[in-house]
Design a binder for this molecule. Structure first.
Ligand code: ADP
Ligand code: MG
Length: 304
């Protein structure tokens, strides 16, 4: 189990993270979400042992993870970290990058393992391609496979699919996260993309103002977002008194109600339309199965 015990940290005197405390078991997927600058990457770096903590301790299975003050070489064998800047060997092929740290005394096993990982990140067609000719998204996938090569016990991922296009993203997420579960690798993913979280994370931590403001399963946080920041992560929402947070899809047009709104604009949204409207001078959003003309009056009901 990874145990982040009440840690605080700042690059300068100003703290970036304060009294952060959570646990991650083997095979568990924990997502860290929060706005840009909220400290997601910093938290991953601290778990990796890249900086010395101001306060608190971090343990993996009873072993303390220490920073550079106590360690000549940063990092541990059981933990791998895929940063936002994946530093690969550009003039070397995809498979050589992935197999780099695998023993060359077992060439058959090395090849098998490399092939298996190339499949996990769906790069079969590029095994013999030099990394420098790959796109950003493809490089990101090579970095992921390389991190998995030596079977870490914990994998830290910093916005792992941010460079990957929507055509590939869905299947790649399933492939990678299923692989981690199968191998019981603990995973901490920093992201601002709900697609990386829903359907995969066992637990979500929400960072705001240096602290964890919510910590629960994605389902519980979705159903009870508590703060606008948490709700905004999941989708378009409104704060309507006295009901509180109401997602756009929870507002339905009905024949008659006491919530009367006037349509401002309609945005095509794929499965439906997102309608922007005014309700008592407040801008609100709701979903509807077709576009509505501006200035149309509608009555709305909240379905929970
Ligand atoms: P996130 O990953 O959530 O976008 P970061 O962890 O990168 O956030 O940054 C958190 C805060 O720490 C920001 O205010 C950022 O400017 C600051 N910061 C990040 N890295 C450094 C650094 N190496 N030196 C000083 N300040 C930093
Ligand atoms: Mg970051």
């Amino acid at each position: 189990m990874l145990h982040v015990k009440n840690i605080s940290f700042g690059y300068t005197k100003t703290k970036v993270l304060e009294t952060i405390d959570f646990k991650v078991n083997s095979g568990e997927n924990t997502a860290i979400i929060g706005e840009s600058g909220s400290g997601k990457s910093t938290l991953l770096k601290l778990i990796y042992g890249e900086y010395d903590l101001t306060q608190g301790e971090i343990f993996w299975k009873g072993q303390q993870i220490l920073g550079p003050k106590y360690n000549l070489v940063v990092g541990y064998d059981f933990i791998k970290y895929v940063t936002q800047e994946f530093d690969l060997m550009p003039f070397t092929t995809v498979e050589d990058n992935i197999g780099k740290h695998l023993s060359r005394f077992f060439p058959k096993e090395k090849q098998q393992r490399t092939d298996e990982l190339i499949k996990v990140v769906e790069l079969e067609a590029f095994a013999k391609t030099k990394v420098k000719t790959l796109s950003g998204g493809q490089k990101q996938r090579v970095a992921l496979a390389r991190a998995l090569a030596k079977q870490p016990e914990i994998l830290l991922l910093d916005e792992p699919f941010s460079h990957i296009d929507n055509f590939k993203k869905q299947s790649l997420r399933r492939s990678v996260f299923n692989y981690l579960k199968e191998k019981q690798i603990a995973c901490v993913v920093a992201t601002h993309n709900k697609g990386d979280v829903l359907g995969f994370a066992d637990k979500m931590l929400v960072l705001e103002n240096k602290k964890i403001i919510a910590q629960d399963t994605p389902i519980n946080l979705y159903n009870n977002p508590k703060t606008p920041l948490v709700a905004s992560f999941f989708g378009e929402f409104n704060s309507i008194e006295p009901y509180g947070i109401v997602y756009a899809h929870q507002l339905k047009i009905v024949k008659q109600s006491h919530l009367k709104a006037i349509v401002k604009q309609a945005y095509f949204n794929g499965n439906d339309w997102l309608i922007e409207a005014l309700l008592n001078k407040q801008t609100i959003f709701f979903q509807h199965n077709k576009a509505l003309d501006s200035k149309t009056f509608v009555f709305l009901e909240i379905s929970i």
